[in-house]
Design a protein around this ligand. Structure first.
Ligand code: SAH
Length: 355
């Protein structure tokens, strides 16, 4: 079976599939479901990485509070300029992303949202980690439309291994996502593919969890080891038998994207920068041809890029927003697709809110 009714066993078997003819049928099925549900437009989200400060010590991430990286915060003017440029390029949304940085004051973020909303018609997406319910409500009142928070893995022991909580605080990202939905946000989540300790069973359960949470946006990219992080150094890994460990490669990522499209037909799914990092020549295009319908060109001022090193050798690190814009548009058109118009709201969200 190759549709939204796949059993766990079938999902696992597809994730492990290596036969090229069978995989062609998976790509085709995902592409058809993508076209039928979200059409040929590829929505562009301007990614603005507003701060590299972070209080957390996620063991996979280069922004880990314990790592010695140089840090920056963008100024209000820099954020507004980047948002204006995204609007001028015709993008539907900007994503304000950063480490979990309490130096980004709640009210200051609310002011940034209001300023962007006052000057542009952009949908504003936030991705600022596990902030308080008060902050989420304040930002929603200020006009924020969407929130991205990957749950990283649906397996609790693995989650605890890779994503230590702040002292005295329990971390439950799935719970936060449900709360964000109640506040009226479009909610986005996702996982890394091939993080150490991720088995086929766990990844299949991750994909089923996307469907259960009824996500509006789902982001997936390969895990890329950062040598400055505990996981990158191989410390305290959860050991699983080699034939059970999901590889962090390109092909497995495409399979996860295609299966996610089948399980969550109306969600917005990006072809991620992490994927382009593994295959700069055509990773983005292959993601878009195998289920994805969104790309996130980087709008962060170039002088900050190297300081937002969640993983090393990120694709297009030194390309200006303008270069990124032209490159993305060409890539989209080269595969017969159309750069998106308007905000690109998730049909999943729209369906739920009209019914
Ligand atoms: N502070 C925010 C944004 C984090 S960066 C938050 O915690 O939600 C966005 C995503 O990058 C993370 O959710 C994670 O899935 C991904 N990421 C982090 N480190 C990575 C790595 N080494 N390889 C690949 N993806 C990584």
């Amino acid at each position: 079976m190759i549709n939204s009714q796949m059993t766990t066993r079938e999902i696992i078997s597809w994730l492990k599939e290596t036969d090229e003819t069978s995989l062609e049928s998976l790509w085709r099925a995902a592409d058809e479901v993508r076209q039928a549900n979200v059409g040929d437009q590829v929505h562009l989200r301007g990614l603005i990485e507003i701060s590299s400060y972070c209080v957390r010590s996620c063991r996979y991430c280069g922004l880990n509070a314990a790592s010695p990286a140089d840090r920056y915060r963008m100024t209000a003017d820099e954020i507004q300029d980047a948002a204006r440029a995204a609007h001028d390029y015709g993008y539907g949304s900007v994503v304000l992303q950063g480490g979990e940085d309490y130096g980004l004051k709640s009210q200051w973020i609310a002011d940034r949202i209001r300023a962007i909303k006052a000057e542009t018609s952009l949908a504003v997406t936030l991705s600022l980690g596990e902030r308080s319910n008060e902050d989420f409500a304040l930002w929603r009142d200020a006009g924020a439309d969407r929130y991205l928070l990957r749950f990283e893995t649906s397996n609790r022991p693995l989650y605890d291994n890779i994503h230590p909580p702040l002292a005295g605080k329990y971390s439950d990202r799935q719970d936060i996502l449900l709360h964000l939905r109640q506040l009226g946000y479009e909610i986005g989540s996702g996982v890394m593919i091939g993080i150490p300790g991720q088995t086929w069973d766990i990844l299949a359960n991750d994909l089923e969890t996307f469907a259960r949470l009824d996500l509006d946006m789902i982001g997936m990219g390969p895990y890329i080891a950062h040598p400055g992080t505990p996981l990158g150094k191989g410390e305290n890994l959860i050991e699983v038998p080699a034939d059970q460990q999901v590889p962090n490669d390109e092909l497995t990522t495409y399979k996860a994207i295609a299966l996610t499209r089948l399980l969550c037909p109306a969600s917005n799914i990006p072809s991620t920068t992490a994927l382009a990092t593994l295959n700069l020549a055509e990773g983005r295009e292959l993601g878009l041809s195998r289920g994805a319908n969104v790309v996130m060109p980087n709008m962060t001022p170039v002088q900050y890029r190297a300081m937002y090193e969640i993983y090393p050798a990120k694709a297009c690190l030194n390309e200006t927003a303008k270069e990124c814009h032209h490159c993305m548009n060409n890539r989209i058109r080269s595969i017969g697709r159309i750069p998106g118009e308007g905000r690109g709201d998730s049909p999943n969200y729209t369906n739920n809110h009209n019914s």
